[in-house]
Each structure stands twice: as structure tokens, then as C-alpha cells.
Design a protein around this ligand. Structure first.
Ligand code: SF4
Length: 255
């Protein structure tokens, strides 16, 4: 698709209403790429929903972009799934990494393991390693497709399928096609369509499993009685789940 052929949709309430009427996640993904072309992309951190969205986009028969934030601290299995998705679908996942100077300054001032010290330092680390590179990715987009689901945590129960993010320079449509799905539906789709998925999501002994993924050192599996996000930054588990976000999904503003 050339830039002259690129469809450019306006990110406004009219578009929001049009897309709200599309109930089927795969059709929603198709319509977003059809309307926004290369100004739309799926963001994935290697979670199960990212694999499902890439598969849906591939089946939609339209060109699509996929991006990922590489914090330089991810599990080997996460780097592996990105490669497997690239091979299976013939795509190149765009990697956005932390700014080396910002990273170096942070580590020199606070140490490699600052996230153990306090919530503000964890938030600083997430900001430098995740949020800032993610902002660079968002600057290239008018539509961002994310894999958030309402069943992932208390804080995500209000996740909208569609919302508008007001940035300083432009608006972005944030689309969460799988917001209504639960984990069983995601796993059933992956099994039925034989979609490559992150091996970390295979079952572990004693009913433990990874339900959410971040950097390797900050992510642990959860037990059956625990919430999806209990395995993230476990040392902060006296805080509610909605305080346990890296920041990427915290700023959207609904019209
Ligand atoms: S998940 Fe942990 S290591 Fe990764 S950016 Fe956040 S605090 Fe830093």
C-alpha cells in the first residue's frame, strides 16, 4: 500500500460509534486496518491475546503492522514467540527499545534493581524501559490495537473496546477487540486455529501458570486462587491490582 492509497480515518466520535457496532473481534481488527492502513498497529508484549490478534489480522487479508516494546529484560520465551510469529505470518515485528542514555543514567543513579526499592522507583524503571519507547511507537499511529481484557484484573474491569487517547500532538484510537473475552476463549481460539503462542503460558506444576507477562525479573506465575496480576511485582502485593500497571495503559482518556 503506497502513501497515496493509505486510507486516513478521522479519530472522532462518529468513527467510534461506527466501530462500536462491530461485535466480532476479527472484523473489528480488519476494519481498523482497512481504515487506517499503516497508521494502525497491533502492540504485543508476547501475551496470548497478542498472538490471537496477529492471527486475526493475518486472516483479514489486509496489510497490517505489529510492534513490541523490548525492555531488554524480557523472558527468552517472549523473544522466541516474536520470532515464531514473524516466521508463521511472514511479518516483521517492529521493536522499540529504551533510549540508551536514559537507561544508563537511571542505572547509574539507582542501580540495576531499583524496582525492588519502592513503587516510585519501579514506576521510573517502567517509564524508561517501557512507557517511553511505547510513546515513540504511538507517535507513528492513529490507531493502536491492544490485547487488554476485562477479566485480567480489577483495574481492567472497565476496559473499553474503543476509546480515544488525547495526545499532545494528535488523537489515537485505542482498540481492544478482545476486551469481552476471557482466558478460556483466548486459549480455545489459539488451539482451534493452531496459533503460535508464548510457551510461558503452558501449565506448570500445582496448577500454577503465567497469567500476565512483564520483564523476567518482575514476573512470576500465579496459583489458581490468585488474580491474573498477582504475579507481577509480587513484592507490592499488599497494593490493589489496579496499582500494578507498568503505565502503558494508564493514560487513555475517553470522549
Ligand atoms: S517490569 Fe520491572 S524491569 Fe521491567 S520495566 Fe518494569 S520495573 Fe523495570
Amino acid at each position: 500500500m503506497t502513501s497515496q492509497e493509505t486510507p486516513v480515518a478521522s479519530v472522532d466520535v462518529t468513527l467510534l460509534d461506527e466501530l462500536q457496532a462491530i461485535a466480532e473481534p476479527a472484523e473489528l481488527v480488519r476494519q481498523v486496518f482497512r481504515r487506517f492502513g499503516p497508521r494502525a498497529a497491533i502492540g504485543t508484549s508476547g501475551q496470548l491475546t497478542g498472538s490471537v490478534l496477529v492471527d486475526m489480522a493475518s486472516r483479514a487479508g489486509v496489510p497490517f503492522r505489529v510492534f513490541a516494546v523490548d525492555t531488554l529484560r524480557l523472558h527468552p520465551e517472549t523473544y522466541e514467540i516474536w520470532q515464531r510469529l514473524e516466521k508463521r505470518y511472514g511479518i516483521q515485528i517492529e521493536r522499540y527499545r529504551p533510549d540508551p542514555a536514559r537507561l544508563d543514567a537511571m542505572v547509574r543513579q539507582h542501580g540495576e534493581f531499583l524496582f525492588f526499592d519502592s513503587k516510585p522507583k519501579q514506576e521510573l524503571c517502567c517509564n524508561v524501559r517501557k512507557v517511553e519507547p511505547h510513546e515513540v511507537a504511538l507517535a507513528t499511529l492513529d490507531a493502536w490495537i491492544a490485547g487488554l481484557r476485562r477479566d485480567q484484573s480489577e483495574g481492567r474491569k472497565a476496559t473499553a473496546r474503543l476509546e480515544i487517547i488525547e495526545r499532545a500532538d494528535h488523537r489515537i484510537l485505542k482498540v481492544c477487540p478482545l476486551a469481552d473475552w476471557n482466558e478460556a476463549q483466548v486459549r480455545a481460539y489459539i488451539q482451534k486455529q493452531d496459533v503460535p503462542y508464548n510457551r510461558l503460558f503452558d501449565p506448570l506444576p500445582h496448577g500454577a501458570r503465567y497469567a500476565s507477562l512483564g520483564c523476567a525479573i518482575c514476573t512470576t506465575p500465579v496459583l489458581p486462587h490468585e488474580s491474573h496480576r498477582a504475579g507481577r511485582w509480587r513484592w507490592f502485593n499488599t497494593q490493589p491490582d489496579d496499582k500494578k500497571e507498568c503505565g502503558i495503559h494508564l493514560r487513555p482518556k475517553k470522549l
